[in-house]
Design a protein around this ligand. Structure first.
Ligand code: SUD
Ligand code: ADP
Length: 298
């Protein structure tokens, strides 16, 4: 991912901002209950990564939101980027418009939060380019209406999360190297959350419990056993990955991750990646590269 943001004034009314939209892992994911509306109550440790998508925003005075992408299938109005822009539009001048280009690098629908991160980056970018200047907490509240993981990316800190993922407690944890592997199968989040066999009664833990635990012996993903049973390719890929290092599923899958002591050993495993998987090596970061990029663009 390019870590250097750029902001430029091409002409009197056109400003361009290029920003990262990092991925996340759920280092653990516990389901502790269910809300009255059917949504599940979670406890999770969100780890932000230094790898992700990249989005370019060129503000203009046309009043129109225009989205293009290196994957044309993502150019529709249901894209979370478009929906995030639309959510801010009423707060901007009527003439506020933007041309957006999404460089989609992350696998989609795999539990890496790419769509949510794209939405969060869009909220920050247009808050600035359209001179709306909402505080971060208000951007996060708008983001929550777009998806449960959006507030994490808006706030921009690796965090212990509760509720449906919106009650965030930033947590500085050791920044490890991960190999992230996405098997070529789509796991439906809705299918996982409606399945009768899903574990829904994990005991509630405290933030102190999180700091005194680690991936090797304590952490688990309550969706993992179900997804492994329903999706044989996830099971086979996890069996392969675990030979290299402690491994886990992120979110509701299908992506998996393994924690390595250094980048060289992670890249060695990546070189052996099975043919039906995508993979990348990333570093966990306590502070999102988005925040650094926004500062740089001041
Ligand atoms: C569980 C997480 C952990 O990061 O999974 P991933 O999406 O990352 O895999 C997320 O919070 C997912 O949040 P989000 O991505 O917004 O969920 P959606 O796709 O909108 O959810 C699809 C469906 O799953 C159910 N759902 C989702 C989240 C939740 N906490 N409880 C639920 O019961 C709801 O029925 C919802 O309609
Ligand atoms: N900008 C976007 N990037 C990726 N997916 C998007 C985007 N906007 C909407 N979507 C939709 O959201 C779904 C979930 O995307 P994503 O955030 O990548 O996965 P997950 O929630 O499993 O981490 C995709 O399957 C896609 O249909």
């Amino acid at each position: 991912m390019s870590s250097l943001p750029s902001i430029s004034n091409n002409q009197q009314h056109s400003k361009t901002l290029t920003l990262p939209a990092p991925a996340k892992l759920n280092l653990f994911l516990h389901i502790t209950g269910r809300r009255a509306d059917g949504y599940h109550l979670l406890q999770t440790l969100f780890q932000i990564l230094d790898v992700g998508d990249e989005i370019q925003f060129s503000a203009n005075q046309t009043g129109v939101i225009q989205l293009s992408c290196n994957d044309p299938n993502l150019e529709g109005n249901d894209n979370l980027i478009y929906r995030a822009a639309l959510a801010l539009k009423p707060l901007a001048a009527a003439s506020a418009g933007v041309d957006i280009f999404l460089q989609k690098n992350l696998p989609m629908g795999g539990g890496l939060g790419g769509g949510s991160s794209d939405a969060a980056t869009t909220l920050h970018a247009l808050n600035k380019l359209w001179s709306i200047n909402l505080p971060v907490a208000e951007l996060a509240a708008i983001g929550l209406k777009l998806g449960a993981d959006v507030p994490l990316f808006v706030e921009g800190y690796t965090a212990f999360a509760e509720g449906v993922g919106e009650k965030l407690q930033p947590m500085a944890i050791p920044e490890k190297t991960y190999l992230v592997v996405t098997p070529a199968c789509h796991v439906s989040t809705a299918e996982v959350f409606t399945h009768p066999d899903l574990i829904r009664n994990s005991p509630v833990i405290s933030a102190a419990d999180v700091l005194n635990s680690d991936l090797h012996k304590d952490w688990r993903n309550d969706c993992q056993s179900l997804v492994v049973r329903l999706y044989p390719l996830v099971a086979i890929t996890l069996q392969w990955l675990v030979e290299y290092a402690p491994s886990r599923m992120t979110g509701t899958g299908a992506s998996l991750f393994a924690e390595f002591p250094d980048e060289i050993s992670a890249r060695r495993a990546l070189a052996d990646l099975p043919a039906n998987c995508r993979g990348f090596v990333a570093r966990g970061v306590n502070r999102s590269p988005l925040l650094a990029a926004l500062e740089h663009a001041e």
